[in-house]
Design a protein around this ligand. Sequence first.
Ligand SMILES: [Zn+2]
Ligand SMILES: [Zn+2]
Length: 323
Amino acid sequence: MGNTPTKLDSGNSTPGVASGDYDNDGYKSRSRHASLVNGKLNGNSNTTSSYSSRQRAHSMFDKMDHDKQKRKSTKEREHSKEIQARGLVVKYDENCDGGFLAPFGCYGFDKLDYNIVMVKRLIVERKLAPFYTPLQDFDESWSREEIIKIVDGLPLHASFEDNIEEFEDIPLGDLNKPNFDYLVDKTLTKKEQRRQHSKIFKARLYRSRLIWQETANETFLEDKMDVRLGKSKNKYLPSDDLKYSLYKNGTECPICFLYIPGPLNYSKCCQQPICTECFVQIKRAEPHFPHEEVDPTKPISDDSIKDPNLLISEPPNCPYCAT
Ligand SMILES: [Zn+2]
Ligand SMILES: [Zn+2]
């Protein structure tokens, strides 16, 4: 969260940004009710769990087959991680009501495992507030000009740390080529090779995310500059009126304590505000089997032999009133 822009970070002013056909009206009257019982957001947990019980059953089959299955699932896991990472890149022209379809980055990548397609759709359908660029604090005494100047200096995404200790000395190879098996030391044991493979994958993905976001940042700055110099108009950049109105009507999110432009989402049960980045953190608990009356005369049943279709996935609790 240290990367969140403060007043001091607000750089150069960009006067006279063209308003284009941005949707400047109507957004304020819409109050969004983020349903905390909307299970669709965290629907994957169910799949994961029934998959792992299938995996357990699988271990009964011959080893060759098992290894093949495992290799395939590592590839699949890495592939879906990459798709997730690409979906988390903030692009200025993928927006709604002055906010974005991807998060600013207050939470780390590992915590952003929500269903991206679903959340983007909810934002576009205006059922969920977009991801806004937060401010560390907001001063009520700021003038309209000051607010616009601050908003114009905001980055699309929290800055990435350039040299992470975890990835030090890890070879990345050619990031444009998906295969990096040649980087794995074949003299190591199979287990160590797998561990090395996973480390390299993580380091490569981190570097790729940094590059993807930097590319998006550059496009944003170039296009903003073109508009400022009068070279072009841009319908994706918000008008000064929208920027002012969004930030003037913001609120501090009670979970991340950052100042978020309004209107925010409100919980249905207790009408508490929550920013979208905190909202996607709300998780369902791991699905469980129905609780049974325990009969002491019978042996304890093993969960792994139960039918995964019987799994119960409870809706997540509201972070405020716990209903
Ligand atoms: Zn928040
Ligand atoms: Zn509640």
